[in-house]
Ligand binder design. Structure first.
Ligand code: HEC
Length: 134
């Protein structure tokens, strides 16, 4: 029994060390760190929109400000990211944000809900295309 345990450890520890090293390498990639930071901001803005859309009194000025911040983030990502394959998805996201910004002027809660759902589809599509390791 002990023999198997030793054998098991001998086989698995180099594998674990290898994957830990690989993980560290991924985390040190400055471009990925930057993308993740920009995405964290995108995420908090996105959830801000969700909360605003579910409030009793809709604050369309705040919705507009949040959309502007997201638009700005998408623009910065397009300008700075070394991953040019993200460009088209970022363009799509910017277009959706721009469309919603126009619609928000009518202050219609149904349009707002629909627009937020469409934005989320863009987030989801890009993640399924470009997540780590793909
Ligand atoms: C242009 C493609 C693209 C779009 C559009 C996009 N993302 Fe991302 N997102 C990424 C990439 C690439 C990563 C980094 C994935 C990785 O770690 O490998 C990421 C990571 C994230 C993360 C993890 C951040 C972290 O701290 O690790 C969150 C949260 C996130 N995105 C939220 C969003 C939200 C919300 C939206 C929509 C408003 C969105 N993303 C739209 C490409 C995109």
């Amino acid at each position: 029994m002990k023999k198997y345990l030793v054998l098991f450890l001998l086989v698995t520890s180099p594998l674990m060390a290898y994957s830990a090293k690989k993980e560290m390498k991924i985390n040190r990639d400055p471009n990925l760190i930057k993308i993740r930071q920009q995405m964290s901001r995108m995420e908090s803005n996105y959830f801000n929109l969700e909360i605003l859309a579910n409030s009793k009194v809709l604050n369309f000025d705040e919705v507009n400000r949040t959309l502007e911040d997201m638009e700005d983030m998408a623009r910065k990502m397009r300008a700075s990211s070394a991953r040019k394959e993200l460009d088209q998805s970022l363009k799509d996201l910017s277009k959706q944000i721009g469309d919603l910004k126009k619609e928000v002027k009518q202050e219609d809660p149904i349009h707002l809900r629909k627009g937020i759902d469409e934005i989320y589809q863009s987030c989801f599509r890009c993640h399924s295309l470009h997540a780590s390791g793909k």
